[in-house]
Design a protein around this ligand. Sequence first.
Ligand code: 5GP
Ligand code: ZN
Length: 135
Amino acid sequence: MAEQSPEPSAGPSPTTLAERHDDNCLFCRIVTGAIPATRVYEDDTVIAFRDINPGAPTHVLIIPRTHIAGISAPEAEDGALLVALIRAARQVAAQEGVAESGYRLVWNVGPDAGQSVFHLHLHLLGGRAMAWPPG
Ligand code: 5GP
Ligand code: ZN
């Protein structure tokens, strides 16, 4: 019997992670609406909102709706969730008009990187030329 070629991909399946919130977590409180934020994108898995202290003309935080403490948490290995975050970043970059000019995606992990909120979040910065390496 001839080997069947795989079905064309319809994209990643949605994450199977159950949505959980931590009442003590700032970003969970933004997800639930308890704390206001300027949302620029949302779907079933992620939300994106403007950073309250922007480091560039465009500075958006992209986060999972469910509480994940950070890159080291086991849930951060959910492939569909990671793809959802990256797709949201691409969408936000296009909306913000920085897809062509360029932008930076940053995960701050731990004290040396200055991580201050322990709910997984991807920074999208753009709208100006940036130095490398970062300070
Ligand atoms: P981290 O330093 O953990 O990588 O990033 C946390 C980010 O959250 C910082 O850039 C900070 O400005 C932002 N931030 C902290 N509190 C709030 C808030 O209440 N609302 C919004 N929109 N951003 C916040
Ligand atoms: Zn949280």
